[in-house]
Design a protein around this ligand. Structure first.
Ligand code: NAD
Length: 360
């Protein structure tokens, strides 16, 4: 059966890095007989320029029909002054909410070859491989009521609602436990149940779901401790699962452990495993068009797509091993370059990954 992928290059370095990921996908497609079918559409600033809106109807229709979406990045100074409703980022949020992508997966992997890029000591982070699973469509970012109101005494008061239903917690728990089964079978659930009732329920439901996974070890940690442990001893974790706001903060912290934003992929999944895959970084307008952007985060996002949506673990492994091999060959784009390494362009990096794939 064909596997339909919608490719959204987006803005800035988006088209450059997507180009390399597509080259890699075409090679694994023929090597592993994957029957991939690639289509392309506009999103973000590129869509605003062409159609006046950041998420054209045609893009949404194609995204809904696809099995997975591969995105570059959107946004840039060119569109910063247009009204909020038409900003490129609105296109991204629109796709996420329309596809009901409730589970955000952010691996933080530090290839031993890049251990020097981290601000932490190499022995603390070298070989780091953790996965943060963040609930993406609920919690305090979406809870009602919310707003800013004026009290009787004339003082203004801001308020938000932190709310999670049992079913919302249960479905993200299943994602985390299922993923842990493909890894080291450990889930650490992050909450603030000493203070917040909503996370008392979170903890209860995590315990309930854990009973269905006797082969996976569940632990709990308060979010303040988790923030500390991530910089103290991050390798103690395997899968971390948490709500929207804590996940927002902890996933950025975990990303910085690796020191190289150009290396980090991400996935956002719906209940059926359909997903949107994209690098964690933005459109990097400061280096767009120069052919120096690091395409590896996007190439690794494509590998995640093969693993999580298409269950093609062997092809995903092959891409990840090829990336490791080019790092062994001391090839580096400018963002991860250090003395003694060979500096390569965006397309040369993509070509090197392909050469490593073909040699495997
Ligand atoms: P950014 O991630 O684009 O860039 C931050 C820094 O990292 C820049 O110096 C950039 O050159 C560098 N960088 C990022 N990706 C790189 C890569 N692959 N290779 C080498 N260097 C890389 O973040 P920003 O500057 O805050 O945002 C720029 C634009 O991107 C804004 O318009 C923002 O709204 C948008 N943005 C989009 C997304 C997305 O599409 N998912 C995410 C974040 C930001």
């Amino acid at each position: 059966m064909t596997k339909k992928i919608l490719v959204l290059p987006g803005d800035g370095i988006g088209p450059e890095i997507i180009n390399e990921a597509v080259k890699v996908l075409k090679v694994v497609d023929s090597k592993f007989d994957l029957a991939l079918e690639l289509d392309e559409a506009l999103l973000g600033g590129a869509a605003v320029d062409a159609t006046g809106v950041p998420m054209p109807e045609e893009t949404l229709t194609k995204a809904k029909a696809a099995d997975a979406v591969l995105l570059g990045a959107v946004g840039g100074p060119k569109w910063d002054k247009i009204e909020t409703a038409n900003r490129p980022e609105r296109g991204l949020l629109g796709i996420r909410s329309n596809l009901k992508l409730f589970a955000n997966l952010r691996p933080a992997i530090l290839y031993p070859q890049l251990a020097d890029a981290s601000s932490l000591k190499p022995e603390i982070v070298s070989g780091l491989d953790i996965l943060i699973v963040r609930e993406l469509t609920g919690g305090i970012y979406f809870g009602q009521p919310r707003g800013i109101r004026t009290l009787e005494n004339g003082e203004r008061e801001g308020f938000n609602t932190y709310v999670y239903s049992e079913s919302e917690i249960r479905r993200i728990a299943h994602v985390a436990f299922d993923l842990a089964r493909q890894r080291n079978r450990k889930v650490c659930s992050i909450d603030k149940s000493n203070v917040l009732e909503v996370t008392v329920l979170w903890r209860d439901v995590m315990e309930e779901v854990a009973k269905e996974y006797p082969d996976v070890e569940l632990s709990h940690m308060y979010v303040d401790n988790a923030a500390m442990q991530l910089v103290r001893a991050p390798k103690q974790f395997d899968v971390l699962v948490t709500g929207n706001m804590f996940g927002d903060i902890l996933s950025d912290e975990a990303a910085m452990l690796t020191g190289s934003i150009g290396m980090l992929p991400s996935a956002s999944l719906d209940i059926n495993g359909k997903g949107m895959y994209e690098p964690c970084h933005g459109s990097a307008p400061d280096i767009a068009g120069q052919g120096i952007a690091n395409p590896l985060a996007t190439i690794l996002s494509a590998a995640m797509m093969l693993r999580y949506t298409f269950k093609e673990g062997e092809a995903a492994d092959a891409i990840e091993q090829a990336v490791s091999k080019v790092l062994d060959q001391q090839l580096r784009t400018a963002d991860i370059w250090s003395e003694g390494m060979q500096k390569v362009s965006t397309s040369a990096m993509g070509d090197a990954v392909i050469a490593a794939l073909q040699a495997s």
